[in-house]
Design a protein around this ligand. Structure first.
Ligand SMILES: Cc1cc2nc3c(=O)[nH]c(=O)nc-3n(C[C@H](O)[C@H](O)[C@H](O)COP(=O)(O)OP(=O)(O)OC[C@H]3O[C@@H](n4cnc5c(N)ncnc54)[C@H](O)[C@@H]3O)c2cc1C
Length: 467
């Protein structure tokens, strides 16, 4: 007997799909490539803040919809944006009934209506997931799937979709060295995107893929996108990613990611390339800055420049783990110099160019007008900080990719679509691996948890109703 549903991937998107479908009577199998009991993936590593394009998931649906359309600058498919906006609240309510625990307060004070998975992360340097909200909820969902007659099969790697007359009817799976075909009425691609796949990063984001780092688990290899494309599914929406500005040492130092990151102080400071010149609008925030860093000819050539006052006050601005002192205390060097010229020498940038950059930055702050700058400078929450007081500081930067944008193009029921835009029978995609919501000039990021939870719920219901 075929399963009613197989999910490729045991992160939140796959678990929620299977959990909801099995609650509605479907037989569900979750394939997870990792053999570990507590297999590493973004869902387990998550900080747990559930929002939609920066606003709390429990906000009115019209607000959620407007935020997605505005934040993605037209990249979002209105029909998929509506699915997220209209189902956000009920998804959180459904998760709560399943036993998910949320803290009903904002981690970020200016974002009311957020839900944060409990227990929340301790907010300390390095990965801190054991017993935290993501880990606890993953285990709870697995328990429910098993209690409802389903299974989470570890060490089972999906390698190919089985197609018959244009419909997906199963999956080829390797496990313990053997390949097996498993039949299903519906297969759901839920593999978490491609942040850990260098070839795909090189194809879609930067040719210097070895000079950005995956701020995720090791499993996000883009298998689902590859398999879906090979089966005739449309893919697209690639280019931007959801990521953070990090100290350069995060490339090799696990104490530097996912926390601390430098988004907050970078937004108020100046980012320069090896030429001492600005290359991005810092005021657009961390996701945009990380994308701009990744797109430099050498993504490991950028520096954050600030003064003594900014560094001393950094903990005031950080929303999570303050870099001062977590960055330096955990092996991230802070380059310090008594003058701007000396700082330029220390980072290998031309001193006149760096001095000019700082003069223009300070002049813009004094005038309250940055309109003369070659690279625009906008402002969000806090005004930028002047660079006046010695010692002057530089932080070597890197870009951490937390989630890729773009992937399988879906219908509002999370069905994969073919070249004509029609749904492919039996094939679905959910979570980070889908397109249709994010990207654009400001790298609009909807929220990984919202995408996984909401699309998983919707897919599970559609599969159960159509089996
Ligand atoms: C450090 C960190 C903090 C985050 N904080 C937040 C936050 O506060 N708020 C928020 O909204 N989002 C956050 N995110 C993002 C969010 O956690 C993810 O977007 C979401 O959990 C992704 O779920 P998923 O199911 O799509 O993918 P994943 O959780 O990555 O799960 C995919 C699973 O599929 C498996 N898999 C892959 N290929 C195969 C294959 N061929 N066969 C079988 N299995 C396969 C993988 O091993 C993996 O276990 C964070 C992410 C990270 C890394």
């Amino acid at each position: 007997m075929p399963f009613d549903v197989i999910t490729i991937g045991g992160g939140f998107s796959g678990l929620v799909t299977a959990c909801r479908a099995s609650e509605l009577g479907a037989t569900a199998l979750v394939l997870e490539q990792s053999e570990d009991d507590r297999y590493p993936c973004s869902s387990r590593f998550t900080t747990g803040v559930v929002n939609v394009m920066g606003i709390g998931v429990m906000s009115p649906r019209e607000d959620l919809y407007a935020a997605i359309m505005q934040g993605s600058a037209g990249m979002a498919d209105p029909a998929i944006a509506r699915v997220i906006a209209w189902n956000g609240q009920r998804t959180i309510e459904w998760l709560s009934v399943q036993g998910a625990r949320f803290i009903n307060r904002a981690l970020q004070k200016d974002q009311p209506g957020q839900r944060v998975l409990a227990p929340p992360r301790r907010l300390q340097a390095g990965l801190d997931w054991e017993g935290r909200g993501g880990d606890v909820l993953m285990r709870r969902l697995e328990e429910l799937i098993v209690a409802r007659g389903g299974e989470v099969r570890r060490g089972a790697k999906a390698v190919e979709l089985v197609m018959d007359k244009g419909a997906c009817v199963g999956v080829e799976v390797t496990r313990k060295g053997e390949t097996q075909r498993i039949d299903a009425k519906a297969v759901v691609v839920a593999d978490g995107g491609f942040a850990a796949n260098r070839e795909m990063i090189a194809k879609y984001i930067t040719p210097r893929a070895d000079r950005v780092f995956a701020r995720v688990g090791p499993g996000a290899k883009g298998d689902g996108i590859r398999m879906a494309e090979a089966a005739g599914a449309r893919v697209g929406g690639f280019g931007e990613f959801y990521g953070y500005v990090h100290h350069r040492s995060a490339m090799t130092n696990p104490r530097q990611w996912p926390y601390p990151h430098l988004d907050a102080i970078a937004e108020l400071s100046v980012l320069v390339g090896p030429d001492g010149l600005r290359f991005t609008d810092e005021g657009l925030g961390g996701v945009c800055m990380a994308n701009a860093i990744a797109r430099l000819p050498d993504p490991l050539s950028a520096f954050l420049i600030m003064d003594a006052e900014a560094w001393a006050n950094e903990p005031k601005y950080s929303q999570t783990v303050a870099c001062n002192p977590a960055m330096t205390a955990n092996g991230g060097d802070l380059i310090s110099a008594p003058t701007v010229d000396a700082l330029a020498t220390a980072i290998g940038a031309p001193a006149p160019a760096l001095a000019e950059t700082i003069v223009r930055h300070n002049a813009g702050i004094a005038r309250g007008d940055f309109s003369g700058l070659k690279v625009a400078r906008t402002q969000r929450k806090h005004p930028p900080l002047p660079i006046l007081k010695a010692p002057f500081y530089a932080v070597p930067l890197s870009a951490g990719i937390t989630g890729t944008m773009g992937g399988v193009i879906i219908t509002p029921n999370a069905q994969a679509t073919d070249a004509s835009g029609a749904p492919i029978k039996g094939l679905y995609a959910v979570g980070t691996t889908v397109a249709g919501l994010e990207g654009g000039p400001r790298a609009g990021y909807v929220g990984g948890l919202s995408k996984s939870f909401i699309l998983g719920l919707v897919a599970g219901e559609h599969i159960a109703a159509n089996r």
